[in-house]
Design a protein around this ligand. Structure first.
Ligand SMILES: Nc1nc2c(c(=O)[nH]1)N[C@H]1C(S)=C(S)[C@@H](COP(=O)(O)OP(=O)(O)OC[C@H]3O[C@@H](n4cnc5c(N)ncnc54)[C@H](O)[C@@H]3O)O[C@H]1N2
Ligand code: MOO
Length: 411
């Protein structure tokens, strides 16, 4: 009889951190291709953004002190000495008592320190009546306000979002060094598993859920996915198909066959892929106990439990950190979990970390997490849920009203 020598969640995460590094050397790619990828360089700006002081409104560039005390009943009177064109240099300096018309985004002329909005002035020929006072700096973005020359704009290990690409574009970068997207291979196992396109199911057959859910979740984490299809519970075929896929990918995920049944070959297949071999066989969690982690050469291989809910939760718990390591992502600086109160008592066993599915309800007294109960083979329970809540291994459960952290599913 074989037994699991289970590891705790934190032991498994420590192993992941120690064992896996970025999978391939960084590459230089054009900005339009790098959203969602991880930076492999420190980006330092050699320019100021904006590189000229500009107006944030349509109006008149002025010296603020000329407007002090101005009101509807006592306007300030200024001479209009110029009109600044969009995208052109403002090359006529402004002196006290003068104003120059300026569009939103126009360059502030030398000598001006603020802009009065068009709504608060009246043009009378070449004279300007100003009915509101403005403070120095009002309605102006100064050169370098956004980014200073020499500033570290983004550090190595940062996952690039649309706004990050905006800054890179603003400082004139057309390409950046990034960690390549890891290629994740997925192979589903089980005599009963058939492709989703199969119309009429024979008794005992089950359409493949895990290739689809795990493939999509891997893509959400920045990976490229190679689908290996479905393989029967036959050691030789399984080992051959796993080995073929393994050589094409950076991270191989096997679904099903991770438990200790006589036909569960996943561990043997993982060992056959190369040394050092299996690092974790079984984790002290519910669901997900029969999760396996191994390393062949430098590549991670993960055996996810067949039950679709367990597979997704274990992917979240361990495959996401593996993918982060493979992409050189810096550990998260912020806690992205939502605080809520649990709506029911949920018992749990000491010595095991439990993950419960929850949906969120906004009530008058705040956010509540309502447990969604159901066996780990029932994928629709995850459709109903918005996230998962961890019950720590040292707890006997959580009581109604207790504050919990909800780890939200990505959408
Ligand atoms: N004696 C024991 N039996 C089991 C244990 C245990 O500790 N001792 N653990 C149970 C737990 S928990 C889980 S989870 C499962 C995991 O088993 P496997 O990883 O070997 O998975 P399978 O037996 O292949 O499948 C389990 C279940 O999930 C369905 N399945 C599998 N793959 C897919 C797929 N790609 N798409 C949809 N559904 C899938 C499969 O048909 C089975 O119903 O072991 C328990 N047993
Ligand atoms: O714990 Mo198993 O992972 O589904 O139910």
């Amino acid at each position: 009889m074989k037994f699991f020598h289970v590891k705790t969640v934190s032991e498994t995460l420590r192993i992941i951190n120690e064992q896996f590094q970025p999978c391939r050397p960084p590459v230089e790619l054009p900005l339009i291709e790098v959203c969602g990828m991880v930076l492999a360089e420190d980006v330092i700006s050699d320019e100021q953004v904006p590189h000229f002081s500009r107006s944030t409104v349509d109006g008149f560039a002025v010296c603020a002190k000329d407007t002090f005390g101005a009101s509807d009943s006592l306007p300030a009177f200024l001479d209009i000495t110029g009109r600044i064109e969009m995208g052109m240099a403002a090359d006529t300096a402004l002196h006290e008592g003068q104003a120059q018309a300026i569009p939103t985004g126009g360059m502030i002329p030398a000598g001006a320190d603020s802009v009065v909005m068009i709504e608060h002035v009246e043009e009378v020929g070449e004279m300007l009546n100003v009915f509101r006072q403005v403070a120095p700096g009002e309605n102006i973005v100064r050169a370098g306000d956004d980014v200073e020359r020499g500033e570290l704009v983004m550090a190595c290990g940062h996952r690039l979002r649309p706004q990050d690409l905006g800054v890179l574009s603003a400082i004139g970068r057309t390409s950046v060094r990034v960690h390549p997207r890891p290629i994740v291979g997925i192979l589903s196992t089980g005599d009963e598993i058939v492709p989703s396109e199969k119309k009429e199911l024979a008794p005992g057959e089950v359409r493949d859920i895990n290739s689809v859910t795990i493939g999509a979740a891997a893509r959400q984490c920045g990976a490229t996915v190679l689908y290996g299809g479905i393989v029967k519970d036959d050691y030789d075929t399984f080992a051959k198909r796993a080995s073929e896929l393994f050589h094409k990918v950076d991270f191989l995920i096997l679904s099903g066959g991770s438990s200790v049944g006589t036909r569960d070959y996943t561990v043997q297949v993982m060992q056959s892929l190369g040394d050092p071999g299996v690092l974790v066989h079984g984790v002290a969690t519910k669901p997900g106990k029969p999760t396996i982690l191994s390393k062949a050469g430098e590549k991670p291989v993960m055996g996810l439990p067949g039950h679709p809910v367990s597979a997704m939760i274990m992917f979240q718990l361990f495959a996401v950190p593996i993918l982060e390591r493979l992409q050189g992502l810096r550990p998260a600086q912020t806690d992205l979990r939502l605080s809520a109160k649990i709506a029911r008592n949920v018992p749990s066993a000491v010595g095991r970390t439990d993950y419960i599915r929850v949906k969120l309800e906004e009530r008058e007294d705040g956010l509540w997490a309502v447990p969604v109960f159901g066996k780990s083979g029932l994928i629709s329970t995850l459709v109903e849920s918005e996230g998962i809540v961890e019950i720590a291994a040292n707890k006997e459960g959580i009581v109604e009203g207790e504050s919990v952290k909800v780890h939200l599913f990505k959408s």
